[in-house]
Design a protein around this ligand. Sequence first.
Ligand code: HEC
Ligand code: HEC
Length: 477
Amino acid sequence: MTFYSSLRSSKLLTYLLLLVVAGVAALLLSTTLAGDRLSWRSQSLPKAGGSTTINNRSSRAFGNPAPGLTPQEMDLHTAGDIAFDDVFVTAPATVNPGLGPLFNNSSCSGCHVGNGRGLPQLGQALVRVSLPVSPGQTIAPEAGVVPVPQIGTQLRDHAVYGQLPEAKIELSWREGAGQYPDGGSYRLRSPQLLIRQADPNKPIPDTLLTSLRIPPPVFGDGLLEAIPEKTLAQWADPTDQNSDGISGRINRVWDPERQGFTLGRFGLKASSPNLRHQTASAYVHDMGVSNPLFPDRSGTGESQTPQVGAEIGTEISTEISDRTLQSATFYTQTLGVPARTQLDDPTIETGEKLFIQANCAACHLPTIKTGSSPIPALAHQTIHPYTDLLLHDLGLGLADHRPDFDATGQEWRTPPLWGLGLTQTVLPYAGYLHDGRARSIEEAILWHGGEAEASKAQFMAMEVGDRQALLSFLNSL
Ligand code: HEC
Ligand code: HEC
């Protein structure tokens, strides 16, 4: 009673109000100061993608244009964003432009979810195929592998209405258990593929070689494209001259536009020479969409003659124009790289030291300089991608036994680790490694063998706190 009556006294009310206002002001001031400190801090720390770094660690972290694009470049990026999301519709095989008739998915973003990975599920994951080289057989240089008759080098398990897919594929998982030297236990799973014929005209040979692959993230790829060939050649150590057990090889692949061999950089075995090729190949093989580089939409042969020199803007008889191919390519070249987080956390600093000590950095190179680039924002940047883009033998556990150009059935390209900690923020349940078998970063490390066997052994021998610190570091990328 007395409380309410005194509240009504206007003097007290004024005091109370003043108190509240002062409190709010103090709160605002402190958060602004903290914000200032944060922005000051992130400016002074290594930027994952050089000047193309963006401060965004949300589920949209992989979907931002690189800062520093010119207005014209920004237009092309926006057009590419639309192309990347564009869903091709199931149209009768005679209608142009259209999906299929054979395909794995109907849009780029249907596989590279949020510009990150796809799930280890068919429809996003896909199966590359080929046949073993028989004695005396020579491979068409531009194919890099022996294509499967009537099918080519990739199984399309979807087809437009009224058509048969190339195969029925079932994916299941086999799980096993393992132990750390300290007694801690873990479980690892690996995929099992069951492939059956779906089209009477397309037999599945018994000798089929298969390689299950998930879509990898596509941000920062323009920076990786801008690393000079010379730099990559310097890191390669094919005969392990320095006897550290780690070789690192360059894949030599066919560039249909230059009609010659060149260094491979993209794809999980570095079998694609550049992002334009990778994009054109995705259009024709993953979606059945013909384009200036691959004018035959059946996508069964690698050795197509591209319409080299087709003028931009001229009518061409493919389902997408060169402008669309160019913009979709440009989009993956100009996505910003998310900044690292919690750099001054002592646990993460310890983890970073352990990463170096365990020799992870021998393949996952922390710092690289890009060279010149037709896109000025990408040129001469100091970046932190944690890859050498080279092929390494990671042992039998991860082998697909399917060679790809110069890559053996046991080799994989070192994947970049930037943005690694955001993987499941962008796509919950996303997996790691080439086929998404690893459900956590820890499982991904435990699968390392071959050239990385010693690194894995060091990780396993660490005490549990150190293993956690290393994982915290990887999650801060
Ligand atoms: C069916 C799913 C699927 C679709 C659709 C798809 N991709 Fe991919 N993408 C993949 C897979 C799987 C790989 C790895 C390929 C390999 O190792 O051979 C990949 C690789 C890439 C890479 C190379 C990344 C790297 O780190 O090397 C780029 C770039 C890319 N895709 C862009 C695109 C674009 C652009 C489109 C649309 C035009 C597209 N993709 C459509 C599944 C897909
Ligand atoms: C000899 C080279 C090499 C060394 C050393 C190495 N890695 Fe890797 N790493 C690779 C390759 C190649 C792959 C891809 C394997 C695959 O997809 O099957 C990979 C994959 C990974 C992945 C999964 C990335 C993704 O995008 O799914 C992580 C995480 C990783 N490595 C962390 C480490 C850590 C931590 C160490 C040190 C304990 C280490 N690596 C040592 C070459 C290496």
